[in-house]
Design a protein around this ligand. Structure first.
Ligand code: NAD
Length: 264
């Protein structure tokens, strides 16, 4: 039962960079609660295993696969293995994302290229593997995870991350047009300030210099019209909707989950 009953969903970047609930891990549990069987894909085997444990504790079914989303051969092997395991694949949540703070004079070319590869080339790699499969079965859904950094300046230089997150949005729009006739829907979720282990670490680092961390966090919460950071679960709900047949007439668009921060 549930809006994703019978569906197999790959969550790429399924783990968390530190203990706690990341968007990927909360998505695995949310999608599984709604009936999906989950392929928890991560390049860190223990992170994938952790996501599977979380799904199983919630009474769902998940399977871990280790692969780097930027490695075409590894992704092909992972998708073939997932298919062998579950018989089909209905949707992908392209969730793996990395960044490095800095502007053009701060970032190494190698870091820039790695960020492009993980955040953008990964979409090329996954979509060219999945499109023929989705076409053959009459449809499928891809939900890419961008960031508000991809639609506006967020207050500090985060050039490589922001540019790739903008590319994610346009990549999904292009793909949606190309594959609509095959019944393949492609959409983007744009999270705002989400309370995840990664962000907690960044916020602590950024505000450490400013002394009172609690006051700095409260000031940050106040910038958001809804008055607080979002939870990974609130992003996961948007992903689940777009991946499901309830979104059957939605393709080539973006769902902003930011508490009103950008006003988009
Ligand atoms: P996170 O950084 O805590 O975890 C990401 C997971 O992806 C980790 O388990 C990591 O091992 C995996 N991963 C990283 N690179 C990978 C690769 N090359 N191949 C396979 N797996 C890889 O995640 P998060 O902070 O919840 O962010 C998830 C997504 O949401 C990212 O795309 C991020 O840019 C986006 N996002 C997050 C926020 C936020 O506030 N946390 C806001 C906007 C957008």
């Amino acid at each position: 039962t549930g809006r994703l009953a019978g569906k197999v969903v790959i969550v790429a970047g399924a783990g968390a960079s530190a203990a706690g609930w990341s968007i990927g891990k909360a998505s695995c549990v949310t999608l599984a609660r709604q009936g999906a069987r989950i392929v928890a894909l991560d390049f860190q085997a223990d992170a994938a295993a952790d996501a599977v444990r979380a799904v199983e504790e919630a009474g769902g079914e998940a399977w871990a696969v280790q692969a780097d989303v930027a490695d075409a051969d590894a992704m092909q092997a992972a998708i073939e293995a997932a298919e062998a395991r579950f018989g089909r694949i209905d949707a992908l949540q392209a969730n793996a994302g990395i960044g490095k703070v800095g502007g053009p004079e701060d970032i190494d070319l190698a870091d820039w290229r790695r960020i492009q590869a993980v955040n953008v080339e990964s979409l090329l790699i996954a979509s060219r593997l999945l499109a023929p499969r989705f076409r053959a079965q009459g449809g499928g859904s891809i939900v890419a995870v961008s960031s508000i950094a991809g639609i506006r300046y967020t207050g500090y230089p985060h050039l490589a991350y922001s540019v790739t997150k903008a590319a994610v949005i346009h990549f999904a729009r292009m793909l949606a047009q190309q594959y609509a006739a095959d019944g393949i829907r492609v959409n983007t979720v744009i999270p705002g300030l989400i309370d995840t282990p990664r962000v907690q670490a960044n916020v602590a680092k950024m505000y450490a210099r400013e002394g009172d961390l609690a006051a700095a966090k409260a000031a940050r919460d106040k910038q958001v019209p809804l008055g607080r950071m979002g939870t990974p679960w609130e992003v996961a709900n948007a992903v689940a909707f777009l991946a499901s047949d309830e979104a059957s007439y939605i393709t080539g668009t973006e769902l902003v989950v930011d508490g009103g921060l950008t006003g988009k």
